[in-house]
Write a protein that binds this ligand. Sequence first.
Ligand SMILES: [Zn+2]
Length: 229
Amino acid sequence: MMIVALETAFGDIVPLIPEEEGLRGKELEYLRQLAAGPRDRELSPKGPWELIRGDGLLFSAPHEAAQLRDGIEKIAERGTADLAFALARATGGSALATADRQLGDPNWDIGHPYIARAGTLAGEWPTIDLHIMRPRGLEICIGLGPKPKMSDDLWRPFVEEAVASGLRVSVNWPFAANARTVTGQLQRGGRRAIQLELSWECYDPSHPAMRRAWSSLARASRRLGRSTG
Ligand SMILES: [Zn+2]
């Protein structure tokens, strides 16, 4: 009798160009160096944030610091700021990330000062809002937000590059980015934005998902940097 696994695992995925793994490792190394560069710091009534200003896509990490959601602390999504700053430097864009300690949650509180700061940093450019999700059987979930038409030109490069790198990617499931998210609030203000939820493995240097995820996000972001704005 043949035994068939009911669920696929990371190891079942074959990248479109398997021999690129070495190249992606070098890209990850380069991106982690970029993440280590200097950052500016600003204070807000809801807590501090770190940022760099560029002229390009805005990469946002609103959950880098532990957030308070209706008085209950939610676990920090450590590593999302490093990814945001790396992608911003790789594309000449901007980055914004919460720092300790926070008194609210930009991804939950309507009118959180982080949203307005993100808007001025992004200018005419779209925002890519970065998060970590619990295990869901995939590495990347792209949330289009409550106004998906506004994300029409944004999600395709991330899907294509994720597939090419050998990652499992979904759109709007399990996270579509509701009206309270950074993505939803930016869209409500007339700005283009999408949400990227990545699995914990995508922030783990000992897991092959990290080099695939960071390199594919950098490649997609460079494509968007050329084609929009
Ligand atoms: Zn989050």
